[in-house]
Design a protein around this ligand. Structure first.
Ligand code: GRF
Length: 209
């Protein structure tokens, strides 16, 4: 598996993916980091780890030009899978199509709760607290044409504690994200994940031929 990680922000999940590949937990090569933000922490981390970087913002160029550049960059680095890690731009349908069931995202809630347009960052955690939910968590899911609507691959949960703020809950969720994302990606690297009728099927490693 040759991964491109798309990230807009600090990139702590990107870092967890890099660490997992270096630590032998994830059999993948991180070939490329794509960011819409030139000053993102994610691009900074990529440079530090000598991972190829692409600064591409779909809002800067007409869609056709953006797609031509993105696809040629993905081909140049022989990318087989895409992992979105805090990427705050809508993925064009042409990219979803080309990377169908080979592109995943991590969302900081137990989907389908608290996903959808505008649900990112602190807003997600505030919504969990406002709803009085007893637990929250994170979901790794395939990317389809919608917002946070693709089939879920793995989830993990944390308790919402009395006195939690969006910040304290976000920090606890982020901690589990850093374990969950590499684990889910390893299932893909092992070819253990298939999608049938919109649902994910995970084959246990011990049943593999
Ligand atoms: C994470 O909470 C992730 O679930 C969401 O965006 C955040 C990115 O954080 N999609 P980081 O940039 O990986 O630290």
């Amino acid at each position: 598996m040759r991964l491109a990680v798309f990230a807009s922000g600090g990139g702590s999940n990107f870092q967890a993916i890099i660490d997992a590949t270096n630590g032998g937990v994830l059999d993948a090569k991180v070939s490329l980091c794509v960011s819409n933000k030139a000053s993102s922490g994610a691009l900074e981390r990529a440079r530090r780890h000598e991972i190829a970087c692409a600064h591409l913002d779909p809002r800067d160029t007409p869609e056709d030009d953006y797609l031509t550049e993105l696809f040629s960059t993905l081909e140049r680095y022989e990318v087989t899978h895409i992992a979105l890690a805090g990427y705050l731009r809508k993925i064009p349908v042409a990219v979803v199509d080309r990377f169908r069931w080979r592109m995943v995202n991590i969302h900081p809630s137990v989907l389908p709760a608290h996903g959808g347009p505008g649900m990112y960052g602190k807003r997600v955690h505030q919504a969990v607290i406002d709803a009085g939910d007893l637990f929250s968590g994170a979901t790794v899911h395939f990317v389809d044409e919608g917002y946070d609507t693709g089939p879920s691959i793995m989830q993990d949960t944390v308790l919402v504690l009395p006195g939690d703020t969006a910040e304290s809950l976000a920090a606890r969720v982020l901690e589990i994200e850093h374990r969950l994302y590499p684990t889910a990606l390893q299932l893909l690297a092992n070819n253990q994940v298939t999608v049938s009728n919109g649902r994910v099927l995970i084959r246990h490693a011990f049943t593999q031929q």
